[in-house]
Design a protein around this ligand. Sequence first.
Ligand code: COD
Length: 299
Amino acid sequence: MVLRKMNDLKALATKGQRRKLVLAAAQDHFSLNAVMQACADGIIEPVLVGAKSEIDAIAQEFGHSLEGIKVIDEPDMEKSVELSVRMVNRKEADVLMKGKVGTSTLLKCVLNKEWGLRTGNLLSHFALFEVKTYHKLIAVADVAMNIAPNLQDKIAIVDNSVACLNKLGIPMPKVAVLGAVEMVNENMEATLHAALLSKMNQRDQIRNCIIDGPLAFDNAVSYESARHKGIMSDVAGDTDLLLMPDIEVGNVLYKSLVFFANAKVAGVILGAKAPIVLTSRSDSEEAKYYSIILAAAAS
Ligand code: COD
């Protein structure tokens, strides 16, 4: 199956029962509007946790009826995140979403040892893009959680991302491990990691995907560019997942695709007890809506 458009995810997101989504610190109009749209589209059943007076005011301003929707009044931001995380921990919700709260505050609650959403696996961020100049949706990891992943972390990031792509109907995703160059250079750690990941994949130590690297960005997304450089690769030009060397490269690519290439984007945290919708505060309402669809499709 080839996913070409974000809207292609809707069929997966609406399969089976509606997912229950809890929006932590729900007094954020971009998040609330996206949640109400996904609810109207039959994708999720929301629970709103946060400052009720502000939630009501936003609902009134944007014409949302909250009739039949569970709203839990908790004006304290950190407590509202804790309540939301605990609900997912107790399996009272299938998806957690970040509202008007900083990324690291939410992640620290998610990582709480007593009532958080740890599973024993590494948690990682997964972003999915629809870019006009590429022939299918393309995923990028990790652009928002793991700051400087080591080799073991990168294996876990690939595993989380591949499991998600498998759920999205791509049985054998093609993974490009990015570097600045396509040759192994001992002074560039990303190229060493890439070579090791490729070999581990060949030896079946990392499964359910085809990994190649190091690949520079141009070879990863353009077959012509790879051929021009004489690179023989099953991944080049047909990549499903770009594995980033670190958070800075990932975050700059994410923002470049959105701001320069007008890409559509969805973002979730994987590897926890449930998918977590995590977009940055500068992301649009549309990005939040697509992230909800992605989380529902991946749950
Ligand atoms: N998966 C599982 N467990 C983790 C992870 C992870 N990715 N990261 C940390 N842990 C565990 C550690 O094993 C430890 O037990 C505990 O959590 C605390 O670990 P620290 O001290 O390394 O982590 P924190 O609490 O200082 O920070 C964790 C964050 C995720 C908050 C941190 O890595 C972070 O700030 N990441 C970047 C988030 C961000 O600002 N993104 C914005 C880009 S838009």
